[in-house]
Design a protein around this ligand. Structure first.
Ligand SMILES: Nc1ncnc2c1ncn2[C@@H]1O[C@H](COP(=O)(O)OP(=O)(O)OP(=O)(O)O)[C@@H](O)[C@H]1O
Ligand SMILES: [Mg+2]
Length: 295
């Protein structure tokens, strides 16, 4: 079965609440593993939800899932069951906190780790039919340049590239940005410095990424700030909890909440770009509304 054939169930449909406004879709990604992507995606989602934004968090590290573990949730069914036709996308959604829903992946499964281009496209399209009310979709991607990472990034409205101040992270993230630009025509990237010791080190990370990508004149990188190295975050992870929940006043939590405030201020999409996009029907519908208002 192909994900493009997936039909959505109705168990979780909230017809009265569902609206059709464009959805902000943020792919959290990076060229190197272990830079803090999952923690950033989870805590950003919680902070957005706490601000009243109905947030859907997709664990798109498909073969190495850990969003559910970090949130202390138990996933009975995952994207693999959807892929195999055992259940429908809407049926695997887990309730996080108020305003937060989670789509879990599975761990250690090669079948999910190596999804092909058609399966990724089918998954992206399946979101368009979701009836749950969503303002923001946050995607925790795997590391690197697999088909799933590039498909989900190029179908998002914002790409948040998480980079540490290490040569491998800088080099691999710059390579990921250049590849998304040259092969997928993506030009705008937001760079988030992770696990840095100071604001100055965060600025250095951003400057390095700008330098490493400057040969491609189509690329526009903007700085999304930094998340400091903070032992409270590690403590929270070992307790299977999110740092914004257990240590809300810690440096990492304050930075993550600040990131959420920035994200809220980012312009929302209003036009379909013509390529494969999450929630594209809502963009088209929005365009039609705008045309009607203008005419
Ligand atoms: N700001 C931080 N301060 C201290 N430790 C951190 C910070 N961010 C992440 N870590 C630690 O780094 C490790 C990796 O974090 P995380 O799983 O979020 O990274 P990732 O980029 O998603 O990794 P992967 O590429 O394996 O998916 C975790 O053990 C976490 O505790
Ligand atoms: Mg991760």
């Amino acid at each position: 079965m192909q994900l493009s054939d997936v039909k959505l169930g109705s168990r979780r449909t909230h017809k009265n609440l569902a609206d059709k406004r464009p959805v902000q879709v943020i792919a959290v990604t990076g060229g190197k593993g272990g830079t803090g992507k999952t923690n950033i995606a989870v805590n950003l989602s919680l902070a957005l939800a706490a601000n009243g934004y109905r947030t859907l968090l997709l664990d798109a590290d498909l073969g190495m899932a850990n969003v559910d573990v970090l949130l202390g949730l138990e996933a009975h069914s995952t994207l693999l069951d959807v892929l195999n036709g055992a259940c429908q996308l809407e049926d695997i959604i887990l309730d996080g906190t108020d305003n937060l829903l989670v789509i879990p992946a599975a761990s250690g499964l090669r079948q999910l780790a190596n999804l092909g281009i058609n399966e990724c496209a089918g998954l992206v399209r399946a979101f368009s039919d979701l009836k749950v009310p969503v303002d923001t979709l946050v995607i925790d991607t795997a590391t690197g340049i697999s088909e799933a990472v590039t498909s989900f990034c190029s179908a998002a409205t914002e790409i948040l590239v998480v980079v540490c101040n290490e040569p491998a992270s800088l080099r691999d993230s710059a390579a990921q940005i250049k590849m998304l630009s040259s092969e997928y025509g993506v030009s705008r990237f937001r760079v988030l410095a992770s696990m840095v010791k100071s604001a100055g080190e965060g600025n250095e990370v951003f400057k390095s990424i700008q330098d490493l990508t400057s040969s491609d004149h189509n690329i526009i990188c903007s700085y999304a700030g930094f998340i400091p190295f903070d032992k409270h975050l590690r403590k929270a992870v070992s307790r299977h909890q999110a740092v914004v929940d257990v240590f809300p006043r810690s440096r990492a939590s304050m930075a993550l909440k600040n990131l959420a405030r920035q994200v809220i201020a980012w312009p929302r999409p209003d036009l379909a770009g013509g390529q494969l996009e999450f929630f594209v029907e809502r963009l088209i519908q929005n365009e039609n509304i705008n045309v009607e208002v203008l005419s």
